[in-house]
Design a protein. Structure first.
Length: 155
């Protein structure tokens, strides 16, 4: 098998060559039957948009999101926790589904934080709203989204 072809398995090498020419700077993920690069800008808020994501909860929330990367099939590219909302830039496996990933993140973080910080239960009946914003990074460059998320702390 040619060099570099071991990891590709059944993926059509013509397709991979085309992607490497068209997207040379993009980080491509490869598996036996798929080559992908799916990045999403995600925003979600605590219930009633209460400003509860303050130290030490914000730091613990970051740890929890990073902790589940491999298990939930995503990679955190950028993350910013504001007192009343969360910004994530994720690179997610399209087979898992972006909505599924966000629901798992919200479920796990809500369960763990409310267990570790019991006062949150009396402050909020549930930690997160059911809504979320999800946009694929493509119409706007990834760098612009990263700068926007990084700049959120200064506002």
């Amino acid at each position: 098998m040619p060099a570099g072809g071991e990891a590709l398995g059944r993926v059509d090498r013509t397709c991979v060559l085309y992607l490497n020419i068209c997207m040379p700077s993009a980080e491509l993920h490869r598996d036996r039957t798929i080559v992908y690069s799916c990045k999403y800008h995600i925003v979600f808020c605590p219930k009633y948009r209460r400003k509860v994501l303050i130290p030490p909860i914000d730091a613990r929330l970051k740890e929890l999101v990073i902790e589940k990367q491999e298990e939930y099939s995503y990679r955190v590219i950028e993350m910013e926790i504001m007192p009343d909302h969360v910004h994530l830039l994720l690179d997610a496996d399209p087979r898992t589904g972006k909505d599924t990933v966000v629901r798992k993140i919200k479920g796990y973080t809500a369960y763990t934080i409310r267990k570790e910080y019991p006062w949150m239960k009396s402050r909020l009946p549930s930690m997160w709203t059911r809504s979320r914003f999800i946009a694929s990074v493509g119409s706007v460059s990834q760098d612009v989204v990263k700068q926007y998320i990084a700049g959120q702390k200064g506002q």
